[in-house]
Design a protein around this ligand. Structure first.
Ligand code: ADP
Length: 296
């Protein structure tokens, strides 16, 4: 027997919980920096993919500590940069600013010369293939996940993307292949498989700009090397931000500042922070010193 009073108490509790949940939601929404669509957005006729960071400084809205200070670099279409630096130096933040998950606090980022804040969010994000650190999968099938960025991708484009991402072997082992189910968050595939499917999704989108934010960390050395090689020809025309060291230009970050710019060889010679990272943090795999060694 539940008394009317009990019902009333429970109802009130539920309402309060609901309300405080709603308040928490409002708090989150209100503290997020406002990413607004430009009222009269410019449009780029034919995007080449030239990305430029000009004196970019940034701090998260809940914290005044500068996370990036005067970061300047240029990626002509078809070129790549790699971000290198200790944990917390700002690599992920640099990646997050380009699709406007956050807006710069000072300076600007341009795509083909247009400040990205003047483009519509939809147009900007359409141009970018973004692979976050852990990969993201949605509930559905492998196919629906691969075509998420470009639903009109053909079967051939989808399988080509999976091949480049070194994902076909495990996909083909599944009885239902591309129609195999993916659980929300990708909990029914391994970390490395999740990364490969997320990479394949970005490739199937065929974007002008790729961002790989430490997207290769869960791959074994052999897969990593094969993927990198296959990716190189596919991304020839696009600009690429990654943490892959075989980039045209490596940016060395330390506490949100660029402290070195150049090729691996130049930095080993001239940049103290890079030398330290190379000695203490970069694995032989990352330095490309051991390629093929483990396969023996
Ligand atoms: P990295 O990718 O090089 O490890 P991050 O860009 O993730 O570096 O972090 C740079 C700095 O920004 C760190 O000091 C980190 O603690 C801080 N930071 C990262 N994300 C947030 C956030 N959402 N809110 C506040 N501070 C953050």
């Amino acid at each position: 027997f539940i008394s009317p009073i009990q019902i009333l108490v429970e109802l009130t509790e539920m309402m309060q919980k609901g309300l405080s949940g709603f308040r928490r939601f409002l708090d989150v929404v209100e503290t997020e920096p406002e990413i607004v669509n430009a009222p009269d957005a410019e449009s780029i006729d034919e995007v080449n993919g030239h990305v430029s960071y000009e004196n970019v400084s940034f701090h998260y809205s809940d914290d005044d500590t500068p996370v990036l200070s005067n970061v300047t670099f240029d990626i002509p279409a078809g070129k790549s940069v790699a971000l290198v630096g200790p944990s917390g130096s700002g690599k992920t933040t640099i990646c997050s600013l380009l699709p406007r998950f956050y807006d710069v606090t000072a300076g600007k980022i341009t795509l083909d010369g247009v400040d990205i804040r003047n483009l519509s969010l939809a147009e900007l994000r359409d141009e970018i293939g973004f692979v976050p650190q852990k990969g993201i999968l949605f509930s559905g099938t492998i196919a629906s996940n691969l075509k998420f960025g470009r639903p009109e991708a053909t079967e051939a484009e989808m399988t080509e993307a999976a091949e480049i991402a070194q994902a076909t072997e495990f996909i083909n082992e599944k009885p239902e292949k591309y129609d195999s189910g993916i659980a929300q968050g990708g909990t029914n595939v391994s970390g490395g498989q999740k990364q490969r499917l997320s990479i394949a999704r970005a490739i199937a989108k065929n974007p002008n700009v790729y961002i790989f934010d430490d997207s290769f960390s869960a791959l074994d050395m052999k897969t990593d090397a094969a993927l990198r090689k296959a990716l190189e020809s596919k991304t020839k025309e696009s600009s690429v931000i990654s943490t892959i060291l075989h980039a045209d230009q490596i940016l060395v970050l330390d506490e949100g500042k660029i402290v070195g710019k150049g090729t691996h060889e130049e930095l080993l010679r001239d940049c103290e922070v890079y030398q330290q990272i190379a000695q203490s943090q970069l694995s032989a795999k990352e330095l490309g010193l051991e390629e093929g060694k483990e396969e023996k």
